[in-house]
Design a binder for this molecule. Structure first.
Ligand SMILES: [Zn+2]
Length: 141
């Protein structure tokens, strides 16, 4: 299935983990060039998060899958994305959604002693459209 194909991130960490999840959310793009997307509408977003690192925590995890689910699904599922402070500029585009998810995850991972890194967040908005956010090396906290 096309929705299960993900672009790979090349790295030299020992471990890599991927977490898939989906959320139902609404948004509108408050911009004159956004056409129909200026109206509030909903999507089922398919999300793939890639985490990598060299060291596991003392329970043998790079990061607990549940932690990732809590940071994204737990916050954004069944919500209007525009209501979240991260989208105060009114532009929760697929690209911005991927970036905001990355920021939340990176902040959480920075607090872990084994310090895993989020290398990629893929957000599929429709069966034919997705965007990816990949941080620059110095963006990690
Ligand atoms: Zn949309």
């Amino acid at each position: 299935m096309l929705q299960q194909f993900y672009p790979q991130v090349f790295h030299d960490f020992r471990y890599e983990l991927n977490k898939d999840m989906q959320i139902a959310a609404a948004h509108f793009i408050n911009h004159k060039d956004a056409g129909q997307c200026r109206e509030t509408h909903g999507h089922t977003y398919f999300i793939n998060i890639t985490i990598a690192g060299d060291t596991l925590d003392d329970s043998g995890f790079l990061v607990n899958f549940k932690t990732l689910k809590d940071e994204v699904h737990g916050v954004f599922d069944h919500s209007l994305l525009n209501d979240h402070p991260s989208f105060a500029d009114g532009l929760p585009t697929t690209e911005m959604v991927a970036r905001v998810f990355w920021e939340k995850i990176d902040e959480r991972l920075a607090a872990q002693e084994n310090r895993p890194y989020c290398l990629q967040v893929l957000v599929r908005e429709t069966p034919t459209s997705y965007a990816i956010y990949r941080p620059k090396r110095d963006e990690h906290r």
